[in-house]
Design a protein around this ligand. Structure first.
Ligand SMILES: Cc1ncc(COP(=O)(O)O)c(C=O)c1O
Length: 370
């Protein structure tokens, strides 16, 4: 076969350089053509006054999908969680039981305490994202000590659990936590930023998966690929209080139908793509597992997130791998000094997975010479 011409070589190099495989998060997706078209033609009105028809449509649809009475669009998952915790913990001195590695505890600026005055009781998260139920029960304050103790009011779970690598909480586990909550007169909130990923991976309808929860915060801008926003769902009474709090926090926005139109397309077109995202994630994880110098726990890959550890004694580092991949258009994040995190989404193709695998292989080989 004739060697490639200079022109062909330049084309290949250009393609390599311009190729972009963005694995930093599932929040990086770009709106699809159909989302952009829906946004351009969305019917809108002032949502603070309660008249935006597309927002009302999205909220009605989400309430139905999640099996709850009502729903409310909010600008972000962080605000959704904050509002939910604040609604459930309206009495000063309330305490929430949550996992020590959950998003609310680690990545939300401690908003539930700094803004909400809510005390948090952090219980160890297991590697699979659960919290032992006996530890939850043991953490519930004895009301007879109310002169001294904060008042346990709420339990929070996260499904899928991002810091555990996107692992899923089963419906049985969620129901059992719900029973504990009920028994003690507490509420249960689920941070369901990636609840559709969990539902698809578990093969459990999403409304069934969150049946035990009093409220759920669902991100539109993660796995399902809408550009902006989250929705919180719960009872009509919960949502009425949530609406006031959203306004207090500056989350009352006007013609949000533009954003909700894209979210409606995401619900229609992208939930069905999650299964394929999970398959590609599995393929990538299995391939990475084969590369000497890297360590994956294949059993922990259940949805669209992979943690990649650098094996002790390896000459490569997360910095070197990130730089090598970045030069080849592959973006990813470091989770810890010796751990990388990649997240797949619907804009990552099977060929992107193969390309990423071969670049990883080269990056590690160059340092370790194996
Ligand atoms: C599990 C989880 N909950 C909540 C959030 C917060 O969402 P947002 O970035 O929209 O505030 C994130 C964001 O990554 C998340 O991963």
């Amino acid at each position: 076969m004739a060697p490639p011409s200079l022109h062909e070589t330049v084309k290949v190099v250009e393609k390599m350089v311009t190729r972009r495989v963005d694995l930093r998060s599932d929040t990086v997706t770009k709106p699809t053509e159909s989302m952009r078209a829906a946004m351009a033609s969305a019917e809108v009105d002032d949502d603070v006054l309660g008249y935006d028809p597309t927002a009302l449509l999205l909220e009605t649809e989400m309430a139905k999908i999640m099996g709850k009475e009502a729903a409310l669009f909010v600008p972000s998952g962080t605000m959704g969680n904050l509002i939910a915790v604040l609604v459930h913990c309206e009495v000063r001195g309330s305490e929430v039981i949550l996992g020590d590695t959950c998003h609310i505890n680690i990545f939300e600026n401690g908003g539930i305490s700094t803004i909400g005055g809510v005390h948090s009781r952090q219980i160890k998260n297991n590697d699979d994202g659960t919290i032992d139920i006996d530890l939850i029960e043991a953490a519930i304050r004895d009301p007879r000590g109310e002169l001294m103790f904060p008042t346990t009011t709420l339990i929070c779970l996260e499904n899928s659990h991002a810091n555990s690598g996107g692992r899923c909480l089963s419906v049985e586990y969620t129901d059992r936590v719900g029973e504990v909550a009920k028994k003690h007169g507490l509420k249960l909130h689920i941070d369901g930023a990636r609840i559709f990923n969990a539902s698809v991976a578990l093969g459990v309808p999403v409304d069934r998966l969150v049946e035990a929860a009093d409220s759920v915060s669902v991100c539109l801008s993660k796995g399902i690929g809408a550009p902006v926003g989250s929705v919180i769902v719960g009872s009509k009474n919960f949502i009425a209080k949530a609406k006031r709090l959203r306004k207090t926090l500056g989350g009352g926005m006007r013609q949000i139908g533009i954003l909700c139109a894209a979210a409606l397309v995401a619900l229609k077109e992208n939930v069905g793509k999650l299964e394929s995202d999970h398959k590609k994630t599995r393929l990538l994880a299995d391939g990475l597992h084969e590369i000497k110098g890297l360590k994956i726990n294949p059993g922990s890959v259940e949805t669209n997130i992979i943690f990649i550890d650098i094996v002790d004694g390896s000459r490569t580092t997360t910095e070197k791998i990130i730089k090598y991949l970045e030069e080849r258009g592959i973006l990813l994040m470091r989770d810890k000094p010796s751990r990388l995190r990649v997240v797949l989404h619907h804009q990552i193709s099977a060929s992107d997975v193969q390309y990423t695998l071969s670049c990883f292989q080269q990056a590690v080989q160059i340092e370790n010479g194996n």
